[in-house]
Design a protein around this ligand. Sequence first.
Ligand code: 4AD
Ligand code: MG
Length: 430
Amino acid sequence: MISIETLKAHLGKTVDLNAWVTRVRSSGKIAFLQLRDGTGFIQSVIVKNEVPEDVFALAKGLNQETSLKVRGEVRQDDRSPLGVELGIISLELYQSPQDYPITPKEHGVEFLFDHRHLHLRHRKPWATLRIRDELERGMHDFFSDRGFIRFDVPLFMSTAAEDTTNLFEIDLFGEDKAYLSQSGQLYAEAGAMAFGKVYTFGPTFRAEKSKTRKHLLEFWMIEPEVAFLDHQGNMQLQEDMLSYLVKRILDKKAYELELLERDLTKLEPASQGKFPRITYDHALEVLAKKGLGLEWGEDFGAPHETALGEDYDRPIFIEAWPTKAKAFYMQPFENDPDRVKCADLIAPDGYGELIGGSERIHDLALLEQRIKEHKLPEAALKWYLDLRRFGSVPHSGFGIGIERTLAWIVGADHVREVIPFPRMLTRMEP
Ligand code: 4AD
Ligand code: MG
């Protein structure tokens, strides 16, 4: 059995293919079957006077999503993205379905997501999720090549790791409560002190009521954490990682990007690195000039991120945020305690914040003070303070959201497009 992905290597040969029919067009003497097999999409041709009469009649009447085995000759076809088509000699059915709901006509977004379990078979989600696989694989390769250890963290937590407003609470048999993890960072910090360089890779939960195109209730985050790394080194690591990933996808996923009709000139600059760095204070000046003035200390909303991103052809770092606007664990500048050594990486074209990262407080007394100021439960963070008590060192890390990053890479309208089964305020099924 041959796969569509590798058909070109069998040019001129007769091959067997397991596939599904996505569409049939026929005139009196010739029928075109569009086929997919999980590895790609091709057109096949069946000519009336080249096959037995019953085979032609069967082919002409096939319904959408019929599963079958075909035998055919691989021929050159320069109009096909894969460069080949199949001349069918014979076919054998596995199953002949009726009334497949996703027809070639236009369907609304809600209808498609109600049928997400089937929609995954279609070109756009298929290409998007193939790129997701490459992105994830690329992350593992990037970190593994640089000596990072993959470090798995718990998803049940006894306290918040970020702000306390978006926690999903879990009832522990009426006796106690826990929360779904919003970040594995605090555990990754323990990992960094044990292994030097670690990264987490897994789902994350945020009870955010925002119905924007950038928010999911359940999303996937990668959180590297590195001992002895400072804020500057942390930004460099992010830039190296993201430019590597974009370059790798441009190199390896050209077919999928073509199916998605992605404008590659929007991605190529990012593959070269050199992400601009601007301070939060400078960003406020830029925003004021664009009529989007903010008070010093305020966080950015979607319009601000979009306005800042639009001046550049690649992601940009916004660094040195007001201490009061950020999480409790961020290290302040020595000469400027009102600002912290952190950066958000903002994507072009309104895709928003892809990465949040910072140098962490390594001084025990300061961290204890911050935990009090942020009214976080001290008992639940006792173990975390031990990391500062025993051999504390400067260290940094960041969290990159897979869905935000992939939405930007593929040019999706909404983060729900880039995860197999999205979980949102308005969607728990399928
Ligand atoms: O900026 P955040 O909240 O950072 C942290 O959680 C840190 N603990 C990371 C660290 O330093 N280890 O989240 C990081 C990233 C965001 O930049 C964004 O890409 C993604 O997670 N993200 C979401 N993606 C989809 N839906 C949501 N509701 C998201 N919230 C955050
Ligand atoms: Mg953030």
